[in-house]
Write a protein that binds this ligand. Sequence first.
Ligand SMILES: Cc1cc2nc3c(=O)[nH]c(=O)nc-3n(C[C@H](O)[C@H](O)[C@H](O)COP(=O)(O)O)c2cc1C
Length: 190
Amino acid sequence: MQPSHFTPVPLEKAYRLLNHGPTVLVSASHGGVDNVMSAAWACTLDFTPPKVTVVLDKATRTRELVEASGLFALQLPTVPMAALTVAVGTDSAKTLPDKLAQHGVELFRAPQHSVPLVRGCAAWLVCRLIPEPHNQQAYDLFIGEVVAAWADERVFKDGHWHFDEAPEALRTLHYVAGGQFYATGASVKV
Ligand SMILES: Cc1cc2nc3c(=O)[nH]c(=O)nc-3n(C[C@H](O)[C@H](O)[C@H](O)COP(=O)(O)O)c2cc1C
């Protein structure tokens, strides 16, 4: 079942979900295997069609699933998910196959999309891999076209983030190192 407040985001506004530079969870699925890892190195790349980049190390199981399925999702974990984000970014499904269950990761799927999504996030972007074998091999750099996006309407609506008015628990995370994050702060409007 989809979470409450799971609202479609028009594709021309999807880049804004990543514009403030949050740490993401990367999910993918292939052959009946779902997985999720953390990634701080995710970025917007283009407006139309919206494209994103993410660095997926060769050692990760998630990368194998992305390469095999040609699909992945980026989603923005919230402050209460900080420990989960460190956990799925520390353990690999290669050595801990049930890491999602162990770390309390709850998955759901959006209608007509096979990529698993993580419950509790503030926004979700489903991406089709644009294969660039050289970039993938040389730089671990994966490019995706965003084909669908949703956000929690309590914190992102009318094409804009509303962190100031939303519950604190819906703030997104920005990774520093050593298990330390900053939560998205107050807005500064010019
Ligand atoms: C906060 C955080 C950010 C991370 N960022 C990245 C990243 O940008 N790219 C990457 O390849 N690994 C990153 N990692 C490491 C992967 O998430 C980690 O290798 C994970 O265990 C891979 O899981 P898997 O093998 O089950 O796919 C990060 C880890 C943490 C905790």
